[in-house]
Design a protein around this ligand. Structure first.
Ligand SMILES: [Zn+2]
Length: 511
């Protein structure tokens, strides 16, 4: 016998074989029993949760020679035809590949003809949201006055993309994601039927990776069996699914809660060495953060996707405020969009985690910088030297705008403070040595960007050290005053603007 994918081989053939979706099976069964059949149904839900399987079973129930019945015989011409996909009266259309108006119109033109051998002509249109506007218009005309022998079952993962005029003419059913336990139970059954061995841990991993989709779970099992042969081990699953990324993400969260940036750096190194996909790590982290928020707000294990993770969350929950978790989720979502276009993914991840750890101070200090870094214009300076071409806030905006496409440069500049002093020198200062170091590495690029705005302006890049100990403040101020005598006037001005100390001076252009 030729090879059949597990997802097809174990597709449910009757309502009683359907896993999960009890509410839908019940409602459709009742409709058949009470002979209240609608002309159009809309099945809404994520992929791989049984939408087309249930649509076919429903079609079978309606057209069975012994029906309509909730227990189709499975033997009559209609039943076997549907199982084999050869029934002339069940028309399955994948809108994702049949978007052309003509093709859809051709199919719909035949709607008027009576079914060839059954009670109903059933149109199952998958991914219906992909149809073109013209195709929807053609469909709407039929839905306004459907022939009595025609039933439409639309399946979609994105109902918001379907015109309201279509949706309002359908009975809507919302499919749920499968629970981890439901997926595990079915996989266990399949493994037994296929006479394979599987480590319990491996089964858990596959169920996790399936992420609520039975079809995904079965496809992963297919792959793993192809890879492992008769005995499936956890290590195999880790290689083939995102389990590696999952375990690395799980290591990241405690490091973030402990603000351990050095730990994060070595974790990122490990990710790179083990060939982990950073994109997958972002999505795994996002899921963990979501669970953490639910755990914090509710404290019940039932609402978590990973139900056996209470201990894991309990240890960290207090170090993340709900606001911080929301912020982290925003940063992750934003990063997931940008990451795919970058070649230097690891550097970007370093910045991302740095931002997450220091989100409070970073976001506070950038608004503070906006407030303090625009000193009132000094009349004396303006008359004696070239006037600054731009004020400070517009400089930062312009530079960030130019850097916008470069996702590794942007965070460096975002954390910078920028000010043009009285003599028209642009200062870029970093409070944080990490960003300062990164800025120095990218110095030519940064100056290149600035040159695009103003080819003439002299640039200084400096590290600003915040004062920490107020007891020593007086003492160091006296020392500093002494030292200040040796510092050029324009640097001193900038230093005083930020109330900081000068750690390093670099000469770029002559002023
Ligand atoms: Zn039958």
């Amino acid at each position: 016998m030729s090879y059949l994918a597990l997802a097809r081989k174990y597709r449910p053939q009757a309502f009683e074989e359907v896993i999960g979706q009890k509410h839908i099976v019940q409602t459709l069964s009742n409709a058949i029993l009470q002979n209240r059949i609608a002309h159009a149904y809309m099945f809404i839900g994520p992929r791989g949760v049984g939408k087309t399987s249930i649509a076919r079973i429903f079609a079978k129930s309606l057209n069975c020679a012994e029906g309509p019945t909730v227990t189709p015989c499975g033997k009559c011409n209609s039943c076997t035809g549907i199982s084999e996909g050869s029934s002339l009266d069940i028309i399955e259309i994948d809108a994702a590949s049949n978007r052309k108006v003509e093709e859809v119109r051709e199919i719909l033109d035949n709607v008027q003809y009576l079914p060839s051998q059954s009670r109903y002509k059933v149109y199952i249109i998958d991914e219906v949201h992909m149809l073109s506007t013209h195709a929807f218009n053609a469909l709407l005309k039929i839905l306004e006055e459907p022939p009595s022998h025609v039933i439409f079952i639309f399946a979609t993962t994105e109902p918001a993309k379907i015109p309201e005029t279509i949706v309002s003419r359908c009975q809507r059913f919302v499919f749920k994601r499968m629970s981890r336990e439901e997926i595990k139970a079915q996989l266990k059954y399949i493994i037994a039927e296929e006479k394979k061995k599987v480590e319990p841990e491996a089964l858990d991993m596959i169920a996790d990776a399936a992420d609520g989709s039975m079809r995904d779970g079965q496809s992963i099992l297919d792959q793993v069996i192809a890879y492992s042969g008769d005995s499936v081990e956890a290590a195999h699953v880790e290689i083939l699914t995102g389990a590696l990324e999952e375990s690395l993400s799980r290591k990241a969260l405690p490091l973030l809660s402990g603000s351990d940036f050095h730990g994060i750096l070595s974790l990122l190194e490990e990710c790179e060495e083990r060939g982990a996909d950073f994109q997958v790590i972002l999505s795994k982290l996002s899921r963990l953060v979501r669970d953490m928020l639910l755990f914090r707000e509710n404290g019940k294990a039932e609402i978590l996707f990973h139900k056996n993770d209470l201990d894991y969350y309990e240890g960290m929950a207090s170090s993340f405020s709900p606001e911080k978790l929301v912020l982290i989720n925003d940063l992750l979502a934003d990063a997931a969009q940008k990451l795919r276009f970058l070649s230097e993914k690891r550097i970007f991840m370093e910045f991302l985690f740095y931002k997450i750890i220091h989100s409070e101070t970073l976001y506070a200090s950038s608004s503070e910088a906006r407030n303090t870094a625009s000193p009132p214009p000094r009349a004396a300076a303006e008359t004696s030297s070239p006037a600054p071409r731009k004020n400070t806030s517009s400089w930062k905006e312009s530079v960030l705008e130019l850097a916008g496409e470069d996702h590794s440069l942007y965070p460096i500049l975002e954390t910078a403070r920028m000010a043009v002093n009285g003599k028209g020198v642009l200062f870029l200062g970093w409070e944080d040595p990490y960003f300062h170091k990164q800025a120095l590495l990218r110095e030519n690029q940064i100056i290149g960007l600035i040159r695009k705005i103003d080819a003439e302006i002299p640039v200084r890049m400096i590290l600003i050290e915040k004062k920490k100990d107020s007891r020593k403040e007086k003492e160091s101020r006296q020392k500093a005053e002494k030292r200040d005598k040796d510092i050029p006037e324009e640097v001193l001005e900038f230093k005083n603007t930020f109330n900081g100390e000068i750690i390093e001076q670099r000469r770029k252009d002559d002023v």
